[in-house]
Design a protein. Structure first.
Length: 76
Protein backbone atom coordinates (compact mmCIF):
# COMPACT_ATOMS: atom_id res chain seq x y z
CA UNK A 1 0.00 0.00 0.00
CA UNK A 2 1.37 3.39 -0.92
CA UNK A 3 1.50 6.02 1.82
CA UNK A 4 2.92 8.93 -0.13
CA UNK A 5 -0.47 10.59 -0.53
CA UNK A 6 -3.29 10.71 2.01
CA UNK A 7 -6.00 10.39 -0.65
CA UNK A 8 -4.39 7.32 -2.22
CA UNK A 9 -4.51 5.46 1.08
CA UNK A 10 -8.17 6.30 1.60
CA UNK A 11 -8.99 5.17 -1.94
CA UNK A 12 -7.25 1.86 -1.41
CA UNK A 13 -8.82 0.98 1.93
CA UNK A 14 -12.13 2.83 1.48
CA UNK A 15 -14.03 -0.33 0.59
CA UNK A 16 -12.59 -2.27 3.56
CA UNK A 17 -14.44 -0.97 6.67
CA UNK A 18 -12.27 -2.75 9.24
CA UNK A 19 -8.98 -1.50 7.84
CA UNK A 20 -10.45 1.98 7.30
CA UNK A 21 -11.54 2.25 10.96
CA UNK A 22 -8.12 1.12 12.19
CA UNK A 23 -6.31 3.51 9.85
CA UNK A 24 -8.55 6.39 10.90
CA UNK A 25 -8.05 5.60 14.61
CA UNK A 26 -4.27 5.66 14.42
CA UNK A 27 -3.71 8.38 11.80
CA UNK A 28 -6.07 11.23 12.65
CA UNK A 29 -4.40 14.19 14.39
CA UNK A 30 -5.07 14.53 18.11
CA UNK A 31 -6.40 17.65 19.80
CA UNK A 32 -3.52 19.39 21.54
CA UNK A 33 -3.95 20.83 25.02
CA UNK A 34 -0.44 22.26 25.42
CA UNK A 35 2.71 22.79 23.42
CA UNK A 36 3.85 24.99 20.57
CA UNK A 37 1.05 24.02 18.19
CA UNK A 38 -1.67 25.33 20.52
CA UNK A 39 -0.29 28.88 20.55
CA UNK A 40 -0.95 30.62 17.25
CA UNK A 41 -0.67 34.21 16.13
CA UNK A 42 -4.05 35.93 16.05
CA UNK A 43 -3.14 37.82 12.88
CA UNK A 44 -1.38 35.34 10.59
CA UNK A 45 -1.68 31.94 12.32
CA UNK A 46 2.05 31.21 12.70
CA UNK A 47 3.12 29.02 15.61
CA UNK A 48 6.79 29.97 15.82
CA UNK A 49 8.11 33.08 17.59
CA UNK A 50 4.91 33.50 19.58
CA UNK A 51 4.68 36.39 22.08
CA UNK A 52 1.99 35.71 24.68
CA UNK A 53 3.26 38.15 27.30
CA UNK A 54 0.77 40.87 28.26
CA UNK A 55 -1.93 38.94 26.40
CA UNK A 56 -0.57 39.95 22.98
CA UNK A 57 -0.79 36.50 21.30
CA UNK A 58 1.07 37.54 18.15
CA UNK A 59 4.18 36.24 16.43
CA UNK A 60 7.36 38.29 16.40
CA UNK A 61 6.89 39.32 12.76
CA UNK A 62 3.39 40.72 13.38
CA UNK A 63 4.59 42.34 16.59
CA UNK A 64 7.12 44.38 14.60
CA UNK A 65 4.32 45.58 12.33
CA UNK A 66 1.84 46.45 15.10
CA UNK A 67 4.16 47.53 17.94
CA UNK A 68 3.61 51.27 17.49
CA UNK A 69 -0.18 50.81 17.26
CA UNK A 70 -0.10 48.76 20.48
CA UNK A 71 1.76 51.52 22.30
CA UNK A 72 5.27 50.10 22.41
CA UNK A 73 8.15 52.49 21.87
CA UNK A 74 11.49 51.69 20.23
CA UNK A 75 14.56 52.70 22.17
CA UNK A 76 17.93 53.05 20.43
Amino acid sequence: MTTSDHNKVLAQIGHKPGKYQKWEKHNTPRDRKFGESTKKCENCGRTGGHISKYGLNVCRQCFRDYALKLGFKKFN
